[in-house]
Design a protein around this ligand. Sequence first.
Ligand SMILES: Cc1cc2nc3c(=O)[nH]c(=O)nc-3n(C[C@H](O)[C@H](O)[C@H](O)COP(=O)(O)O)c2cc1C
Length: 329
Amino acid sequence: MLNTRFTAEFGIEHPIVQGGMMWVGRAELAAAVSEGGGLGIITALTQPTPEDLVTEIERCRALTDKPFGVNLTLTLSINQPPYAEYRQAIIDSGVTIVETAGSDPTKHVEHLKEHGIKIIHKCTSVRHALKAQRIGADAVSIDGFEAAGHPGEDDVPGLVLIPACADALDIPFIASGGFADGRGLAAALTLGADGINMGTRFMCTQESPIHERIKQQIVDASELDTQLIFRQLRNTMRTARNSVSEEVVDILGKGGRFKDVKDLVAGSRGRTVYEDGDPEAGIWTVGQSQGLIRDIPPAGELVQRIAAEAEAKLRSLTADIVVDSVPVP
Ligand SMILES: Cc1cc2nc3c(=O)[nH]c(=O)nc-3n(C[C@H](O)[C@H](O)[C@H](O)COP(=O)(O)O)c2cc1C
């Protein structure tokens, strides 16, 4: 058993979290991860209204009696979702864990904590992790440069970011970005994290609600097949490399503005990728860890496999060190 501060404080068996994923983080996936002993997370904004979120939470609760969470991603978009209403839906549904992500979560953290909800704040730098700790987050999830979604603007990969967080933080934190197997979990724990968070790896599970062709494309892809878009806008996003991402990078690289790529990057086109299975239909996010993914197992089995692999790896390394320390004549 890999018991950490995170498993103890969040009441889960294995230190493995399925991070919020737009269009992917639905009840079946979150419940399967939690049933497997990890922490599954429903993505609030995937649900069109706060009422739909309440229904989704009820569906998840019907599938598992283990803890699960809800992700609330705070964007700076012009058309803001009704955050206060989504937040209230989470509170009224009796959810006990929320993953916040994005721009300043202070008022959300304060309100959720008044209702005894535990907060994991996801961010991409030590300074933001320290701020999350200061405003009362119970844990931090730290996304390295390898990650899918928004890896930030600092370009610091996990190998540096994780120990830097371990040195700076008092609260538990989980390492995120680039993790796909037990070796990664063992490494994260060794670097000082209390667990791992994964997105891309969970896209390729049986309960993930995306088209089988997209799952297979991820299995077939390598760590080189991602692309960073929106660098000039300081809103970097790691996506699957396709004709649309190439066009966006080209337009912005020639001095284009957001309005020039707005239609190309529309969320509805990304959703079509997952629903129709056409990887060229729009922008969709995926991480470098896709180069490590070779199968599409049930999500609960994956959680247990990764935990078992990590434990075996940590034990075998200790054994190897004893053997290897004998000098070879
Ligand atoms: C398809 C997809 C959608 C995502 N959407 C969100 C989101 O809406 N909010 C969020 O906080 N993170 C989102 N993420 C980021 C993940 O929660 C997680 O931090 C990231 O995937 C970790 O990196 P990895 O993909 O290398 O495991 C998304 C990731 C993926 C793969």
